[in-house]
Design a protein. Structure first.
Length: 608
């Protein structure tokens, strides 16, 4: 993997040189346009306090008491949280919904357009029929920034086609503990790889100009250190939203490089992490948000909270708001109790606990982005793009991402590539014919689901598409009736999950998968395992029985890309972007550890 293995050296060198230079990065977010700055300053000078506070308020569409509230409270932003779709989840209904909200905003005194955000984190994943890409852990294994950029370009097109302006992506977490339910949202345990792929993704989303109708605002998240938290310090005594207990220098070496490169390529927004650093909640950290991100690094885009992220700051809601805004947050993803938020904000300004300078800085950043997006000139959707959602052309890009994300970890007895014209192939495993499972979390709903949740090709159907007419493909979920097959392909692994619901302190295979493996072993048939998972699972004790082993991660809707590798239409190139543990006792395990003895090393991957 190029220079990946010496990321600690390069990461430190990059940070060291940067600190020595003491310089502000040449481009600290979108380049400033004097004409836009003039318009923003003029508009801010005309706004009332209520209009300014409204701009700093982001509401989840499902929690609006009425659409009139957009006008009444001058709301600056709405979002669709995971699964908050229009009643009919089809692209045109998304456009109608967003335009309806926008037309409300345009009825306000100053006609300031709203900005609509969504988690399009592996394609436009809330929309039925959209192209769903591999989650970031798979993209990390491609080690291909150009392809990652292309994937984000396609995603931006499909997001823009539905009238939406902003994706809360890329997640540039550096996951260090495989037990974290968000492990799959990160590209890699290597900050070097995260830096390159995160920057590429942002360039794909934002393009050469934010005003381009086929691009959207990107959001680097979650600032900073979300992937570095300790097990036991998180929600429910697990890990998500937990506490980082490493030094600031280690933070700068491991978790900050992705943000430096994000600023270099002009990312327009940054989302704050739920996690804490040495006990300080990031959502209340003036040091990390204002002193480092805004002052030292010169970030001139907007800083947005996570979903009710400020509520987790110790204290009551009013003090949460005071601490978060004074820490440097510009836009608050409330997302529900927006009347309380607006009232407390008003009180805090009137009590001079939040200064008008801070309010004006936040509103300036929000309006700057809206002007850069061209929302004042083109507030409504470009409906000519609708036909691009889920197009064959877009799906081909996703299929290439699948091909390059797969990592071949074992291939003995010439079991791979599989002969397309063989007489009988047995397909087994709970994840072989399950589109929801191969897409994972953040797909159609927040947690994802099982079965035919959207339009796509399961791995089983992809195998059927690939083989000759003479080949008999039999599906047996538990692997029984395998003895007469030339080869068995067992697609096993995890079901879908998101965030804290994926925190697991046991990454063993499920009992049903173990039963499937036992049935195949008893049949004595050559076996290829395809693992569908958001992270490495504990498989060492079974590996000897497997002739072939492919890590397929969470490939998304284009299962044909898996078949392309299975049958040799694509010679696997994927390399592990993470270290593969032998046992739970080894976790967390990362390249650079003093004792490093994984089952498969960071950067490992075979080909044909
Ligand atoms: C979630 C996630 C964040 C996401 C936001 C909006 O809780 O932490 O990644 O962008 O809420 O859905």
């Amino acid at each position: 993997m190029r220079h990946r293995n010496s990321f600690i050296y390069y990461g430190s060198l990059f940070t060291f040189l940067f600190l020595i230079a003491g310089c502000k990065l040449k481009s600290n977010g979108p380049d400033l346009d004097p004409d836009i700055e003039s318009k923003v300053n003029t508009l801010v000078s005309e706004m009332t306090l209520a209009e300014k506070i409204g701009q700093m308020t982001q509401v989840n569409k499902g929690f609006l008491h009425s659409n009139e509230d957009i006008k009444t409270y001058f709301l600056g932003s709405l979002l669709s949280g995971g699964g908050f779709t229009p009643e009919v989840n089809e692209p045109e209904h998304w456009v109608d919904m967003v335009d309806e909200y926008q037309n409300m905003a345009l009825q306000t005194r100053l006609k300031i357009p709203l900005i609509y955000g969504i988690d399009a984190v592996h394609g436009h994943n809330n929309v039925i029929g959209a192209t769903i890409f591999p989650h970031n852990i798979g993209l990390g294994c491609t080690d291909n920034p150009d392809l990652v950029k292309k994937a984000s370009e396609v995603t931006a097109l499909e997001v823009a086609a539905t009238g939406i302006h902003w994706t809360f992506s890329p997640c540039i977490a550096v996951p260090r503990d495989e037990r974290w339910g968000r492990h799959y949202e990160g590209y890699s345990e290597s900050p070097d790889l995260v830096k390159d792929l995160g920057a590429a993704s942002i360039q794909g989303y934002q393009g050469e100009s934010l005003a381009d109708r086929k691009t959207v605002l990107a959001c680097a998240k979650h600032y900073v250190g979300d992937g570095g938290v300790d097990w036991g310090s998180g929600m429910g005594g697990k890990i998500d939203r937990g506490n980082v207990t490493i030094s600031e220098e280690e933070i700068r070496n491991l978790h900050l490089p992705g943000y430096l490169s994000a600023l270099e390529v002009g990312v327009g927004s940054i989302m704050i992490s739920y996690s804490s650093i040495n006990g300080d909640k990031m959502h209340g950290s003036k040091y990390y948000i204002t002193d480092i991100l805004k002052d030292e690094l010169g970030f001139n885009g907007l800083v947005v909270s996570d979903w009710a992220g400020i509520d987790e700051i110790p204290g009551d809601y009013k003090s949460d708001i005071e601490m978060a805004i004074n820490a440097g947050l510009d836009l608050i993803m409330v997302p529900e109790s927006y009347l309380d938020f607006i009232n407390y904000m008003t009180e805090l300004v009137n009590e001079e606990k939040i200064s008008m300078d801070r309010i004006d800085d936040a509103v300036t950043r929000i309006l700057r982005i809206k002007y850069q997006l061209g929302l004042f000139e083109n507030p409504l959707a470009d409906r000519s793009l609708l036909g691009t959602v889920g197009s064959l052309e877009n799906r081909e890009v996703a299929r290439q991402c699948v091909r390059e994300s797969l990592v071949l970890l074992k291939n003995e007895n010439d079991v791979l590539p599989i002969n397309k014209t063989g007489s009988k192939i047995l397909v087994a495993g709970a994840n072989a014919d399950n589109l929801g499972h191969q897409c994972g979390g953040w797909t159609i709903s927040w947690q994802g689901d099982s079965g035919d949740i959207t339009t796509g090709t399961t791995i089983y159907n992809a195998i059927l598409n690939s083989v000759s007419d003479q080949t008999n493909v039999v599906y047996s979920e538990d692997g029984t009736n395998a003895s007469s097959a030339d080869v068995a392909i067992a697609v096993i692994g995890e079901g879908p999950y998101a965030e804290m619901q994926g925190d697991r302190d046991d990454l063993s295979l499920s009992d049903s998968d173990i039963q499937t493996l036992t049935n195949l072993k008893n049949a004595g048939v050559p076996t290829v395992i395809v693992l569908i998972s958001g992270r490495p699972l504990i498989v060492e004790e079974y590996l000897a029985d497997w002739d072939g082993f492919i890590a397929a991660w969470l490939p998304g809707t284009e299962g044909q890309g898996v078949a392309d590798v299975l049958f040799g239409d694509y010679n696997p190139t994927g390399k592990l972007s993470i270290s593969w543990p032998r046992t739970m006792d080894q976790i967390p395990i990362n390249i650079g550890d003093d004792e490093y003895n994984p089952l498969f090393e960071f950067g490992y991957g075979l080909n044909y």
